[in-house]
Design a protein around this ligand. Structure first.
Ligand SMILES: C[S@@+](CC[C@H](N)C(=O)[O-])C[C@H]1O[C@@H](n2cnc3c(N)ncnc32)[C@H](O)[C@@H]1O
Length: 323
C-alpha cells in the first residue's frame, strides 16, 4: 500500500467547525433527512400501487363469467411466460457478450478495490452499489469491457459477496492487487486519475485502464496519482476540459468513469460520452463568448451524495433479481 497523505481533517472531527464546514454539515444532514423521507414516501406509494392493482384485478374477476375468467387467467399466464422467455433471451445474449469480452480480448478495465481502509462503512456500501451499476451497464453494452475487480479483501469483499448473483458475475475477481495479478503487463497499466498530466486521447486496446475504487468525497485528494507514481505505472486523465468547462473539480465517480469508457468504446467520441454520462444538472450553458460552442460548464457538486442516490435508485430496481 502506498504512503497515504493525511486526510483533510486528519481522521478526527475538528473541535470547532469552520463556518463553511458547518454549512456543509448542515447541508448533508438536510440531504440525508430528505433522502429518508423520499425513500419512505416511495415505499408507501409502491405499496398502495400494488394494493390498488390487486383490488382492480379481483374486481375484474368477480364481475365476469367462469368462462371469461379462465380466458383472462390463461392470457395472463401466457403474457408472463412470454416476458420470462424474453428475459432469458436477453440474459443469454448478455452472457455471450461478456464471455466474448473475456475470451477474445475485450478492453481490460480494472477497478482497484484496495482502498477499503480509507472509507467509512457507508462509503464502501456506496462503492459496492457503483460496482453493481458498472456491471449492469457493462452487460448491456454491445461491446462490453473485460472487467477486473482487484484487491478485494475485508469489508469490501464481504459486501461484494452479499450482492445477489455475484458468484456468477462474468468478471475477474481478485484478492490480489492489480500490480501482482497483472505483473507481466505492468507496462500496459494506465491509472485513470483526474490529477494526471497526460490527457487520454484514445483507448489503446492493449492497455489496461485502472479506476480507483474510492468514494471519498475528495477527502483523499491525489491518492491515485501518488499510487501510480510510486508503482511506476502510467497515468492519464479523461479529456473533460476539452469539451466541458468545469466550475471546479473534474473528479467523477467510479460508475461515471466506467460509463464514459463504455460510451467512448461504442461511439469513439468523447463529447458524446461526456454529455450522455455526466448528469444534466451539472451542466450549464457556458458564456458563449469565452467558450467554444461545444464546451459547457459543469457545476461540480463537491459531495458524491447525489450520484450515490442516483446509483442506488437504479440498482435497487434490480436488487431482488440477479444483476
Ligand atoms: C471518486 S474518484 C476518487 C478520487 C480520489 N481522491 C483519487 O485521488 O482518485 C474515483 C476514481 O474515478 C477515476 N476518475 C475520476 N475522475 C477522473 C478523471 N477526470 N479522469 C480520470 N479518471 C478519473 C479515478 O480512477 C478515481 O480514482
Amino acid at each position: 500500500m502506498t504512503d497515504l497523505p493525511p486526510p483533510l481533517n486528519d481522521g478526527h472531527p475538528p473541535l470547532m467547525l469552520s463556518k463553511s464546514a458547518r454549512k456543509k454539515k448542515m447541508k448533508q444532514e438536510r440531504y440525508a433527512e430528505k433522502k429518508a423521507m423520499r425513500k419512505s414516501a416511495e415505499k408507501e406509494r409502491k405499496k398502495r400501487d400494488l394494493e390498488r392493482r390487486r383490488r382492480e384485478w379481483d374486481e375484474k374477476l368477480a364481475g365476469i363469467s367462469e368462462e371469461e375468467r379462465l380466458i383472462l387467467l390463461n392470457e395472463r399466464k401466457m403474457a408472463r411466460k412470454e416476458r420470462m422467455a424474453m428475459k432469458m433471451d436477453e440474459k443469454e445474449e448478455k452472457v455471450g457478450r461478456l464471455m466474448k469480452a473475456r475470451e477474445e480480448g475485450g478492453q481490460k478495465v480494472v477497478v482497484d478495490m484496495e482502498f477499503g481502509e480509507l472509507m467509512e462503512k457507508n462509503e464502501i456500501h456506496s462503492l459496492v452499489h457503483q460496482i453493481m451499476y458498472c456491471y449492469a451497464v457493462n452487460g448491456r453494452c454491445s461491446s462490453p469491457v473485460h472487467l477486473w475487480l482487484t484487491g478485494c479483501t475485508g469489508e469490501i469483499e464481504t459486501q461484494l459477496q452479499k450482492i445477489p448473483g455475484y458468484d456468477k458475475w462474468i468478471i475477474e475477481k481478485e484478492n490480489r492487487s492489480y500490480i501482482e495479478a497483472l505483473q507481466d503487463k505492468k507496462e500496459n497499466l494506465v491509472y485513470l486519475t483526474a490529477d494526471a498530466d497526460v490527457v487520454l486521447d484514445e483507448l489503446n486496446p492493449k492497455d489496461i485502464y485502472i479506476i480507483g475504487g474510492l468514494v471519498d468525497r475528495n477527502r483523499w485528494k491525489g491518492i491515485t496519482m501518488k499510487k501510480s507514481q510510486e508503482q511506476g505505472i502510467k497515468s492519464a486523465r479523461l479529456p473533460i476540459g476539452t469539451y466541458l468547462k468545469m466550475s471546479s473539480s473534474q473528479v467523477l465517480t467510479v460508475n461515471q468513469v466506467m460509463e464514459i469508457v463504455l460510451k467512448f468504446i461504442e461511439t469513439k467520441d468523447w463529447k458524446t460520452a461526456f454529455f450522455q454520462v455526466i448528469p444534466q444538472r451539472k451542466i450549464t450553458e457556458a458564456d458563449a463568448e469565452n467558450v467554444d460552442s461545444a464546451a459547457v460548464e459543469v457545476d461540480y457538486v463537491d459531495d458524491e451524495e447525489e450520484e450515490e442516490e442516483e446509483v442506488e435508485g437504479k440498482v435497487r430496481k434490480k436488487k431482488k433479481k440477479e444483476i
